[in-house]
Ligand binder design. Structure first.
Ligand code: GLV
Ligand code: MN
Ligand code: MN
Length: 419
């Protein structure tokens, strides 16, 4: 019998309190948090989550890329793992990532309190640098955990502020001894807010996430001719700011023209010297291009590349490209997705099968074990913004689905060996 069938449910005030306590560590105006990966704020957040793991009696391990695992060794074998991340973008809300980690702790505490012992270990992961806001690529900790990037290469990545990732890990005391890549869990299930508007708009409480769209990130540096803003005739300009703006417009038009799930974003433009009366010397622009379909994503990438060639030739500027991340679309384990839908239905919730627009650690774990995700609504679809909000009722609904699914995944067939 599932825990909720026995009347066992997660403790909503306790989950709420942990979410609020974590958010208060690094607050920003508007109710959100700023914990860019491997900063002092991230360390403070890690310290508190780790102390909660210790309070619960979990075995806490930190690996060589700084991922933290709190494991309830209640049975032999590979654990059923949940978790997410607690690093944030600079303008983070209080739910993105944090909810998945803290709901995982809540599941374990609920089962412990109810005296229900699963037949496999349960583990809660806090993955390093999921956001990719300070170090690229995103989902780096989970990528390294599954062997998708070598530890050496990951430790050598430079932050947007120039710091080396390995040095920052050591500085904050999270360069742990556990090996990377790490052992494959029995299964991985991640609970997360949707971060988009669909569930709320359709009045649906639970998303059974069947995949994650592909992500293509690059940074382009445009070098032109810096000059006087008043004296340089328009026809003689080689203006990186103009080219940066054209790229942003092109991406927007491309996404509109392609339609479907195509999305494109210019999220960062840095001009130098960045002064009112100087035609800039350089512009550095980030391009975020995503699609659920790999072929369409490749078409979008080619169109972007052709545009960069054209605009460089037309405007007489040099454009250098640097790849920051490239992940193909991921399809989650269909059986696990069905299980999410079935449990949510049994809880009386409407369920929507949907892909994720955002990147998540579960997409990396899917390389080594059956994986899927549970979504709950995001108010107005707002995320990566301090105003990010999910109603308590929905947070609790998602956590109770997580409770039942982790319990079920930890069951063994009557004659099954311990592995
Ligand atoms: C990670 O949060 C992303 O940008 O999808
Ligand atoms: Mn997230
Ligand atoms: Mn995020």
């Amino acid at each position: 019998m599932r825990p909720t069938d026995r009347g066992v449910r997660i403790d909503a005030p306790r989950l709420r309190a942990r979410l609020d306590d974590l958010a208060e560590i690094s607050p920003i105006p508007g109710g959100g948090s700023c914990r860019l990966a491997l900063t002092d704020e991230d360390r403070a957040g890690r310290d508190v989550v780790r102390s909660w793991m210790i309070d619960l009696g979990l075995r806490v391990q930190v690996d060589a890329i700084g991922n933290i695992f709190g494991t309830w060794d209640c049975a032999p074998g590979a654990p059923v793992m949940t978790g997410s991340h607690i690093d944030t973008v600079r303008t983070g809300g209080r739910y993105d990532g944090n909810y998945g980690v803290l709901a995982g702790l809540e599941v374990i505490e609920t089962l412990m309190t109810a005296g229900m012992t699963p037949s496999r270990p349960l583990s809660v992961a806090v993955f390093t640098n999921e956001e990719g806001a300070r170090f690229q690529p995103d989902m780096l900790g989970s990528l390294a955990y599954v062997g998708g990037v070598s530890l050496e290469a990951a430790l050598d990545i430079r932050a947007i502020d120039g710091a080396r990732l390995g040095d920052e890990l050591t500085r904050i005391g999270y360069d742990g001894p556990a090996p990377v890549p790490g052992p494959a869990p029995h299964a991985f299930i991640e609970l997360h807010i949707e971060q988009g508007p669909l569930l709320e708009a359709e009045g649906v409480t639970i998303g059974a996430v069947d995949g994650v769209q592909g992500i293509s990130w690059q940074e382009v540096t445009i070098t032109g001719q810096s000059n006087h803003a008043g004296t340089t005739p328009m026809r003689l300009r080689h203006d990186p700011a103009y080219v940066a703006a054209s790229i942003a417009v092109f991406l927007r038009d491309l996404a509109t023209e392609m339609g479907g799930n195509q999305v494109c974003t210019v999220g960062k433009i840095d001009l130098a010297p960045n002064l009112i009366n100087v035609v800039p010397a350089t512009a550095t622009v980030t391009l975020d291009v995503r699609n659920t379909d790999e072929e369409l994503l490749q078409i979008a990438e080619r169109r972007v590349s052709d545009f960069l060639d054209d605009v460089a030739a037309r405007e007489g500027v040099k454009i250098e490209r640097r790849r920051l991340a490239r992940f193909e679309p991921v399809v989650f384990d269909p059986e696990l997705v069905d299980r999410v839908a079935k449990i949510a239905g049994a809880h009386g919730h409407d369920v929507k099968r949907m892909p994720s627009g955002a990147g998540h650690d579960a997409q990396m774990l899917a390389r080594v074990c059956p994986s899927a995700m549970i979504f709950v609504p995001s108010h107005l679809g707002i995320s990566h913004n301090a105003a990010e909000h999910t109603d308590d009722e929905d947070l609790v609904a998602g956590a109770n689905v997580l409770l039942d699914i982790m319990w079920e995944l930890a069951q063994r067939e009557p004659n099954e060996e311990s592995s």
